[in-house]
Design a protein around this ligand. Sequence first.
Ligand code: FMN
Length: 177
Amino acid sequence: MSLDDRRFRDALGQFATGVAVITTMTAEGERLGMTVSSFNSLSLDPPLVLFSLHRRAHSFAAWQQVSRYAINVLNEGQEELSNRFARAKGEKWIGVSPLSGKTGVPLLPNAVVAFECEVYGRHDGGDHEIFVGRVVEMHENLAKRGRPLVFFGGRYRHLVDGSAHALPSEADFMHGW
Ligand SMILES: Cc1cc2nc3c(=O)[nH]c(=O)nc-3n(C[C@H](O)[C@H](O)[C@H](O)COP(=O)(O)O)c2cc1C
């Protein structure tokens, strides 16, 4: 089956996500960072998360070598940071003063939450590779915890308070969620 590329992208864009920047330090001491919307939870026990990287990303080969990284969930005021870390090879770190995680990986200040991970596995994902990480540390209280930046329909969005709906209480269909 061949799907029209534009139609496929537009349809996928109907799934709202957050925006994260994955960060790491190479063995040579170079900091890497890339904006991703493919971050997702995977497993509670063991604690696993995932994201996917395009094989044509400039830093793809370097990401395949690292054994630790952080996933920084951006807040709604960090659009500029998202754009900056989405620029190929750009001077992504200028003016950013990263914190240092427990495992030595760089963390972005003011992220809503950051997960420090060890590489758990990498899997074929077509033109992407799926990176599965085991979470070894979490930082929920980075300086200015705020509302998350949302990505939907190819645009950044902000959450508007006022309409939150609880799940049914007997939600046993959720397997521990
Ligand atoms: C909101 C947003 C989400 C993105 N999500 C992903 C993603 O999940 N995976 C990916 O490989 N690239 C994603 N990108 C594109 C990368 O951030 C971009 O290709 C970046 O330039 C890669 O860095 P590099 O080329 O320096 O390695 C996303 C970009 C934006 C703006």
